[in-house]
Design a protein around this ligand. Structure first.
Ligand SMILES: Cc1ncc(COP(=O)(O)O)c(C=O)c1O
Length: 445
């Protein structure tokens, strides 16, 4: 069994969705009827195909759906821009100079941080680079970076380029941990053991919250502790974790974390990303950083002086002024999260995922291998399914599923990713998707 920081993360709760599952269509309808969050789904815009058929959208791990309030948030900024032009920096309904600050409380609540520890800025990979400038400081024998072998390619490119930037060979300085032979997900003890073994050679550990391919939620508290013991910085890529699973970044003592907002945070394509910097680094002037005027002391920013004086906390890592139009949907979304409550969302997410797993196991035995761990503490909303067919047939099966009106996504060579997002998916969506998958598999056998 895994342990969690019981002091900060909510424990198991009595949920109306916890009862034994009836895997029929009527059972799914009954679970939906009992769902305390069911009304929320109608507040989202669900995609349709050309014939007007509503699609079963199980792709929130890639791009979340638009909430109905988003339009008003964006239109407010367009209207203020039309009406006020430059005066909107101070006089807009939501003034533009401190625009991003309105996201801080919501982001802090989703990540388990204090408001001064988070900032909405840039995009994920840009933030990762900015963080590595400060927290990957190779010196003496402490030069190595540990990542996982299936890290999202952008993370690997970023880390490799940072190593090269410091004149270090990727071959010698990039450590990649992977599942044991015959296994598909990572073991906490293996990562921790490797961190310990690398010890004083390790400068940075960069891990995902939820692994993008397998859907595995890593056990972050002990891994953060292992990195600290080794004297290495710990950074997290939370692209698939934020808004999906409960997080306690402050209490876990993570050094930094970065995320995007277009997946579970439903802030739209290319939306502004986010960044966490632990409070203990808030006032560190010894850390080099790539500075810009938006990270400079707010009171003196418009004095246009030559010397950089960073804002304490995560905001001090900002470079440019906030992208108001791509931050507006994030504000809309954070209000929805506040209304729904992460605790209730997680409860429903676990019930939906469990329902999906059991339906697949009952309906498709031997056809699909569920890669994502079963333990509730080790997954979020996504299930990664390996289709047990020859490669071409497996891909065709995915295409048939798409033709059936189910939106998931495909990662070569054989992985279908489906996620039921508790804000807008229902048990009936999951039922429909599994039925469609059964038909798609039948067609290819
Ligand atoms: C796990 C993970 N990391 C990094 C990225 C890259 O994000 P961005 O293009 O916002 O830098 C993505 C994008 O989907 C991702 O899924």
């Amino acid at each position: 069994m895994r342990h969690r920081d019981a002091g900060t993360l909510p424990g198991p709760v009595e949920s109306p969705l916890n009862a034994a599952f009836d895997l029929t269509s009527a059972g799914a309808a009954e679970l939906d009827a009992r769902d305390p969050l069911k009304a929320l789904a109608a507040e989202f815009h669900h995609p349709h195909d050309r014939s007007g058929r509503r699609l079963t959208y199980l792709c929130g791990h890639s791009l979340g759906l638009q909430h109905e309030s988003t339009k008003a948030y964006v239109e407010q900024e367009l209207a203020d821009w039309r009406r006020l032009a430059v005066l909107g920096h101070h006089a807009a309904e939501r003034p533009w100079i401190p625009y991003h600050e309105q996201a801080a409380v919501g982001l802090a609540s989703l990540t388990g941080a204090g408001p001064g520890e988070v900032v909405a800025m840039n995009s994920l990979t840009v933030n990762l680079h900015l963080m590595m400038v400060s927290f990957f400081r190779p010196a003496g024998e402490r030069t190595r970076v540990l990542i996982e072998k299936s890290a999202f390619p952008s993370d690997r490119y970023a880390v490799a380029s940072q190593l090269e930037f410091h004149g270090l060979k990727v071959r010698d300085h990039l450590i990649e941990v992977e599942p044991r032979p015959g296994e598909q997900t990572l073991r906490t003890e293996d990562i921790a053991e490797r961190i310990e073994r690398e010890g004083s050679r390790l400068a940075l550990v960069l891990l995902p919250g939820v692994q993008y391919l397998s859907g595995q939620l890593l056990e972050l508290a002990p891994l953060a502790a292992a990195a600290r013991t080794a004297g290495a910085a710990l950074g997290l890529d939370l692209a698939h974790a934020v808004g999906n699973v409960p997080l306690a970044l402050h209490d876990w003592n993570v050094d930094f974390a970065v995320w995007c907002s277009y997946k579970y945070l439903n802030a739209g394509p290319g939306a502004v990303g986010g960044c966490f910097v632990h409070e203990r680094h808030a006032n560190r002037r010894d850390l080099p950083r790539f500075a810009g005027w938006w990270g400079h002391d707010k009171a003196a920013r418009f004095e246009m002086g030559p010397h950089f004086d960073p804002i304490p906390g995560a905001e001090g890592w900002q470079v440019s002024n906030p992208p108001v139009l791509s931050t507006a949907p994030l504000l809309a979304s954070l209000a929805v999260f506040e209304k729904a409550g992460m605790h209730r969302l997680r409860e429903k997410s676990l019930a939906l995922t469990d329902y999906m797993r059991r339906s697949i196991e009952a309906r498709l035995p031997g056809s699909v291998d569920i890669v994502t761990p079963r333990d509730a503490a080790e997954h979020g909303s996504q299930l990664s399914l390996r289709i047990l067919l020859p490669r071409t047939a497996a891909k065709l099966c995915y295409e048939s599923l798409t033709d059936e009106g189910v939106v998931g996504d495909w990662r070569e060579p054989d992985t279908l990713r489906l996620s039921a997002a508790p804000l807008y998916n229902s048990f009936q969506d999951v039922f429909a998707a599994v039925e469609s998958l059964a038909r798609a598999l039948d067609a290819r056998r």
